[in-house]
Design a protein around this ligand. Structure first.
Ligand code: PAF
Length: 292
């Protein structure tokens, strides 16, 4: 363990587990916020939620790890934004007790040589939406989150609602694999104009940033539509496509309407149905979702 910028920092699973076991012996609850870094206020609100749940005597751990297995070879792993110094300062200011900063070598020993060979796969909730658009993505997410859980040994772990499908998949995995961990899904942090906070927003040029509000505007338009009564999926999808076409930098990847808990697609969209969409703004792919 090192203390960097006033925050205890662990960089190997063994060191992290040793610390977590000691905290448990002391009767302290562990709240965990897994992240890929480049932290923003959305992450900080997850940290505040974790603190609330473990109390002043509890321990809040944030992991910062850009997990290579959840990126396809064509995706943005190498250019994913990173600023560890700033992340550390933010964590310190927010009263985070410990950072877990593992390397690829300790998370996936021997992976480059083909030795690493164990993955966690959720087979039902991952079929559509992000799972369909990014086929290897969730295998990477469930694998790394399971590994992080085994390192940090949390009592409670907080995830953001922006990644709604991810949260559902992790909740399922936690139940199916008997992790004794409470999974909390905290509200999406938003900029003043409604854009969901995301580390990937840093990629947007000024025009793309302005047009990126088309995601939340699509959700709002769907909310307005269902207020008048149930709407067919095809009609609403057409309306959303038309709205997205008004933003020249935007290209719809998918829009789906589904039951918020089961993620099962619906035939008809009504109040309470969940909507999720993924939109490219130039080369940047953003996601958002909301209950209608
Ligand atoms: O949501 C994220 O930032 C990542 O998918 C997670 C949960 C930290 C796993 O790498």
């Amino acid at each position: 363990m090192r203390i960097v910028c006033g925050v205890k920092t662990y960089s190997t699973p063994a060191a992290m587990q040793r610390a977590a076991k000691l905290w448990k012996q002391e009767g302290r609850r562990i709240g965990f916020v897994p992240t890929m870094g480049y932290l923003h206020d959305g992450h900080m609100s997850l940290v505040r939620d974790a603190r609330k749940r473990v109390g002043p005597n509890g321990i809040v751990v944030v992991s910062i790890y850009v997990n290579p297995t959840q990126f396809a070879p064509t995706e943005d792993l190498s250019r994913y934004p990173r600023d560890l110094k700033r992340d550390r300062a933010l964590c310190r200011a927010e009263g985070v007790d410990a950072l877990f900063l593992p390397s690829d070598a300790v998370m996936y020993p021997g992976r480059d040589a083909g030795a690493y060979s164990t993955y966690v796969v959720e087979e039902r909730l991952t079929r559509r939406m992000e799972g369909a658009s990014r086929p290897a993505h969730f295998r990477g997410v469930t694998t790394v989150v399971a590994k992080l859980f085994n390192c940090v040994l949390p009592d409670v772990s907080v995830f953001g609602a922006k990644d709604w499908q991810q949260a559902a998949v992790i909740r399922r995995m936690t139940t199916d694999l008997n992790f004794p961990i409470q999974i909390v899904v905290a509200p999406t942090g938003r900029a003043e104009d409604g854009l969901a906070l995301s580390s990937r927003n840093a990629y947007l040029n000024p025009e793309e940033r302005e047009q990126a509000t088309v995601l939340i505007r699509s959700i709002e338009a769907a909310r307005t539509a269902v207020r008048r009564g149930p709407v067919g999926v095809a009609d609403l999808t057409k309306a959303i496509r038309r709205l997205i076409a008004t933003a020249p930098a935007a290209k719809l990847d998918y829009v789906e309407f589904f039951h918020g808990e089961s993620l099962e697609p619906v035939d008809e969209v009504r109040k309470g149905t969940h909507m999720a969409l993924a939109v490219f703004l130039g080369k940047t792919r953003l996601i958002d979702n909301g209950r209608l």
